[in-house]
Design a protein around this ligand. Structure first.
Ligand code: PEP
Ligand code: MN
Length: 264
């Protein structure tokens, strides 16, 4: 179902009345890795909106490598995201980490994220395939493109055709960056599938210094959107501070991005 052989024209996934991903407009989703408290998420939402982002991101259920790390505010986090949406008008994307909480997350979110660690959690993929909300499917950290497309197929074969693919970096021998952002996935996926493609330069590099250049490169290579971590106070972030941009740096990135988007 994801194959270009089945459907030639590019899919446009509708997020809200005024927003769609996969059309002519580049869509930028931005916000903190985790929702931490009301002030933090509201401040983040206002800042990313002012800079021109069309969507807010924020994790309420966090899939942390260590069980002792911050696990997220759960439903309280979803409520805060909804409050930020009410205030700014920005739809939001947030992660769902198990089949049991899909209905709860879907009752708040505009788009559900399947994280890299759950990209082959087939029970979860099937469950989000049965709901009527767009899904942002991240590539697993050791996943081939073919396996990535098969995970999309798990969702689509259950009925939900609103799938957006997200390249967020893969594991390689290189340690200078947190992951190796595979930008070649953009043209490769464009040749194989009609689904929209979003790039996550934050998890892709793990270092805020590298986010702007990789964002420009992603747009030049044909990405339909970007998902970027932005935090008002990265030094004190509960997760992923080192790869989070301060609002001012994000605004500068957005300004320059317009030039690349216009040229692409
Ligand atoms: C995230 O978006 O904060 C996240 C955990 O991403 P990934 O699943 O790509 O690591
Ligand atoms: Mn993160």
């Amino acid at each position: 179902l994801a194959s270009k052989e089945v459907k030639k024209e590019a899919s446009v996934v509708r997020i809200s009345e005024n927003l769609a991903i996969g059309g002519s407009e580049l869509v930028v989703m931005a916000g903190p890795c985790s929702v931490e408290n009301e002030t933090q998420i509201i401040e983040s939402a206002l800042a990313v909106k002012a800079a021109g982002a069309q969507m807010l991101r924020g994790g309420a259920f966090k899939p942390r490598t260590s069980p002792y790390s911050f696990q997220g505010l759960e439903e309280e986090g979803l409520k805060l995201l909804a409050k930020a949406r009410e205030l700014t008008g920005l739809p939001f994307v947030t992660e769902v980490i198990d089949p049991e909480s899909v209905d709860l997350v879907a009752s708040y979110a505009d788009m559900l994220q399947i994280g890299a660690r759950n990209s082959q959690n087939f029970a979860l993929l099937k469950k989000v395939g049965q709901i009527n909300k767009p899904i942002l499917l991240k590539r697993g950290m050791s996943m081939t493109i073919q396996e990535f497309l098969m995970s999309a197929e798990y969702i689509m074969s259950e009925g939900n055709q609103s799938v957006i693919l997200c390249e967020r970096g893969i594991r390689t021998f290189e340690t200078a960056t947190r992951n190796t952002l595979d930008l070649s996935a953009i043209p490769v996926l464009k040749a194989k599938t009609h689904l929209p493609i979003v790039i996550d330069p934050s998890h892709g590099t793990g270092n805020y210094h590298y986010i702007a250049p990789m964002s420009y490169a992603a747009v030049a290579a044909g990405a339909d959107g970007l998902i970027i971590e932005v935090h008002p106070d990265p030094e004190r972030a509960s997760s992923d501070g080192p790869q989070s941009l301060k609002p001012k740096k994000f605004a500068a990135l957005m300004d320059k991005l317009k030039l690349f988007a216009a040229a692409a």
